[in-house]
Design a protein around this ligand. Sequence first.
Ligand code: RB5
Length: 148
Amino acid sequence: MKTKKIAIVSDHAGYYLKVKLLKYLIKEQYDVKDLGCSSEEAVDYPDFGHPLANAISAGDFEVGISICGTGNGINMVVNKHPGIRSALCWNEEISRLARAHNDANICALPGRFISESEAYLIVKTFLNTSFDGGRHQRRIDKISLKIY
Ligand code: RB5
């Protein structure tokens, strides 16, 4: 089992891709927990985004993966939480830079706009890229509204 603890959520529009990703991550020996939703029945993405962000802020998980139709709604929700840096990742390079430059802790995916194989590559890259630090840390330190 790999050491990183991962939580994954979706709404109904991301459910199909979430099930595929879960199988992939388990096969790759990741420690992954599904925090809902549990079918393609229509739900509201904030009901799954907020619990994901809370669990990561509490330190229960190191990385989050969130999926809705466009990725935008759930990305907006989690980014309301202090300490959450969620990036909408729609290709491998964006995913790599979200980690290397932004130290993103949630990977938001557009379930209706990427293929399964694209999703595997995006997530694998997100999980295996380290933060570059240096000038990027200085920029991240300026994201919080507290200093403005
Ligand atoms: C659901 O139809 C859709 O609006 C949602 O998954 C997401 O794309 C919102 O941003």
